[in-house]
Design a protein around this ligand. Structure first.
Ligand SMILES: [Zn+2]
Length: 432
């Protein structure tokens, strides 16, 4: 088919007639939902096929089995404008559907399942062996009419129930394995607040919550239960006894103007994001006023027009502390497009072994997974600085696709310099 005809058909498919009646508009909405599911099924087929083609080629080229398929999840993530973590999920989902769960794939293709509901079925069946997984696939999705009216929770519960009936040991083993995934994460909340989330085995999680509730029960100073619980959490985890101060650095980037109160450009906390100017000033005042805080000021110079932070150079192979910190401040997060993960490595774009210099221009921040993915053959990163000193990294994948990411702008054009304030907060180990 000629591409012009395809384009025309696509336009027709996507057009909405403003004069359409209400029933027709609902029909459009339902139809597009089926298109989205069918598109997800096609993406899954393409991803699973790509995985097979790539692994076959790598096997022929003598790549050891353990290294085959490296970086592929990142390529899929880039193509889908999604994070590498989701790329992993998309690839696992595609392979499970295409190789082991044909009924679920067909239900997705026909629109009986959304991509998310199909993902839930894949997730709940992941602990089973292939034979049981096929049995679950046939039982739950063999007749797509059974899926009518089932919401996310019911789909997940139905898959879980079948999995448990087929192989109770596998489900229990999985619960034990899940314990190894316990962790603590942080993400910004609105209004200069933050969520600190702990993923814990249920018994520990319930006991932590109960301990905080008990602390709140004895609170008689008028704080709400929620406030008292939050305060108790901070006291017990960070400690409040100032006898043994342990400074914890909070890196705050703000312009001179912001610091002196001249304007309201937001300041930035590394690893958190922008905070209002007034809040930043209050933080600095508190830190400077508190003898225990050991606040220090450090100037970082920015380009007058773009506000981009300006570089430092080094001849060493490893990024020296100052330069590494500079790259972290400049990049804020992993530089792979759509990857929001925190920076774990300062990478040379042009490898040091190939003569790549250890400079701010050749350096870029990377997370663990992206750093690993880039070691696969066919990945290339090149970096550059434009006339406004904005740092750009271009990622080329093994298929020759290119994706660019610019370092985030740090300040409005008028700002000439930044002051980095290291606010040391005096904290001590909890007197236990
Ligand atoms: Zn990353």
């Amino acid at each position: 088919m000629e591409s012009g005809i395809v384009e025309h058909m696509f336009e027709e498919l996507m057009a909405v007639d403003p004069g359409a009646d209400e029933a027709a508009l609902i029909e459009h909405i339902a139809e597009m939902e089926r298109v989205k599911s069918a598109a997800a099924a096609k993406q899954a087929r393409a991803a699973a096929t790509l995985d097979t083609v790539r692994r076959t080629a790598e096997a022929e080229a003598g790549v050891p089995a353990a290294r085959r398929g490296r970086g592929l999840a990142n390529e899929i993530a880039l193509a889908r404008r999604d994070s590498p973590a989701r790329g992993n999920r998309h690839l696992g989902f595609a392979k499970a559907l295409v190789h082991e769960m044909p009924h679920t794939l067909r239900a997705l293709e026909s629109g009986a399942l959304s991509e998310w509901r199909a993902t839930l079925i894949v997730r709940e069946s992941a602990c089973l062996d292939v034979e049981d997984r096929r049995a679950l696939d046939a039982e739950l999705c063999g007749d797509p009419a059974n899926l009518d009216g089932m919401g996310d929770a019911r789909v997940a519960a139905a898959a879980k129930a079948i999995a448990y009936r087929l192989d109770p040991h596998a489900v229990v083993d999985r619960a034990a394995k899940a314990e190894t995934e316990r962790t603590v994460t942080i993400r910004p909340a609105p209004d200069t607040m933050t969520y600190v989330t702990a993923l814990l085995p249920v018994a520990q999680g319930v006991s932590v919550y109960a301990a905080l509730r008990r602390a709140a029960d004895t609170c008689t100073d008028g704080r709400s239960r929620g406030q008292a619980m939050a305060d108790a959490l901070v006291e017990r985890v960070a400690g409040r006894d100032a006898a043994v101060p342990t400074p914890i650095a909070v890196n705050l980037v703000l312009s001179d103007e912001t610091l002196l109160g001249g304007d309201d450009t937001p300041a930035e906390i590394s690893g958190y994001g922008p905070i209002p100017a007034a809040v930043a000033r209050a933080m600095v005042e508190r830190a400077v006023g508190d003898r225990r805080s050991r606040a220090t000021l450090r100037r970082l110079y920015a380009h007058p027009r773009s506000g981009a932070l300006v570089s430092m150079e080094s001849r060493a192979r490893l990024f020296p502390k100052g330069l590494a910190r500079f790259i972290e401040m400049r990049d804020q997060r992993c530089r792979t497009p759509y990857c929001d993960a925190p920076i774990r490595h300062r990478d040379h774009a042009q490898p040091w072994a190939d003569g790549g210099p250890t400079t701010a221009i050749n350096g870029h921040g990377s997370c663990e997974q992206c750093n690993y993915a880039k070691e696969a053959a066919g990945w290339r990163v090149s970096t550059s600085m434009d006339e406004n000193h904005t740092h750009t990294a271009e990622f080329t994948t093994p298929t020759g696709h290119r994706y660019r990411s610019g370092a985030p702008p740090r300040a409005p054009a008028i700002t000439i310099s930044h002051v980095e304030v290291r606010v040391g907060i005096a904290l001590a180990r909890h007197a236990a």
